[in-house]
Design a protein around this ligand. Structure first.
Ligand SMILES: NC(=O)c1ccc[n+]([C@@H]2O[C@H](COP(=O)([O-])OP(=O)(O)OC[C@H]3O[C@@H](n4cnc5c(N)ncnc54)[C@H](OP(=O)(O)O)[C@@H]3O)[C@@H](O)[C@H]2O)c1
Length: 223
């Protein structure tokens, strides 16, 4: 049994991860802003009131955990909104900054705050998106989301380097196109299928694979 902390655990892919982990006998620490009945049903422990863009909240989260008590941290919380060329006004800029804070700085702050809480060898999985891939961008648009996910990919590779000597591996994982609130219910797979793939990728994450960018289906993705 592993003890695994998941952010953005109350719905979508985060909740599906918590359900899959609990079903296989792992101990889930579900971190969220507001709990949901689904999360309450499967989490061994719930920590509410944590906005991942707020450094103080992440320090509060770390304070509630014992050093060396976690095997895996999954930085899953994320936000998507659309900004298009010609409509990047003051409100859109605020939205782009919000996505940067949540999608790029959030996982970095999560890793920084929870590093001492991981036992060794430890693993940090960052749920990124192939929309952050420059090589894979064949449709443009979605400026704030794409830029924030490209930034978190860079943060993940720096984390992999910085934590290699500390026996912590870092994986960047794209879940697939998943039917959740984020996609308005559109997608190719259910959150449960994405969660199963993400957990398989985390299970095989080690010092050799640290800093990799992979699809939940196992495919390596281009930067
Ligand atoms: N669905 C897809 O096709 C897809 C594809 C590629 C990548 N992803 C990534 O997968 C992850 C999960 O997405 P999803 O599809 O499950 O989206 P979702 O259904 O919209 O869920 C997003 C989760 O993130 C949480 N969250 C948002 N802002 C937060 C903040 N400031 N602090 C703490 N929690 C916050 C939400 O909590 P609240 O309920 O409090 O808002 C919710 O739990 C995200 O990182 C997303 O970018 C998804």
């Amino acid at each position: 049994m592993s003890r695994i902390l998941v952010t953005g655990a109350n719905r979508g892919i985060g909740l599906a991860l918590c359900e899959a982990l609990a079903a296989r006998g792992d101990e889930v620490i579900g971190v969220c802003r507001h709990a949901s009945p689904g999360l309450t049903a499967c989490a061994a422990r719930l920590i509410e009131g944590i906005d991942v863009a707020d450094p103080e909240a992440l320090l509060r989260l770390a304070d509630t955990l014992e050093d060396g008590s976690l095997d895996v941290v999954i930085a899953n919380a994320g936000r998507l909104s659309s900004q298009r060329l010609g409509a990047i006004d003051a409100a859109a800029i605020e939205e782009m900054i919000a996505q940067y804070r949540i999608n790029a700085i959030g996982p970095l702050l999560t890793a920084q705050a929870l590093r001492p809480k991981l036992r060794r060898p430890g693993r940090i999985a960052i749920i990124t998106s192939r929309m952050g891939s420059i090589a894979d961008n064949d449709s443009g648009g979605s400026y704030g989301y794409r830029m924030s996910k490209a930034a978190v990919n860079m943060a993940g590779v720096s984390l992999a380097h910085d934590l290699a000597g500390d026996d912590i591996s870092v994986g960047l994982i794209h879940p697939g196109f998943v039917r959740t609130e984020m996609t308005g219910g559109q997608g190719l797979i259910e959150a449960s299928e994405a969660a199963a793939g993400i957990l398989a990728r985390i299970d095989e994450l080690n010092a050799k694979r640290t800093g990799s960018f992979r699809h939940s289906n196992g495919e390596s993705l281009p930067w």
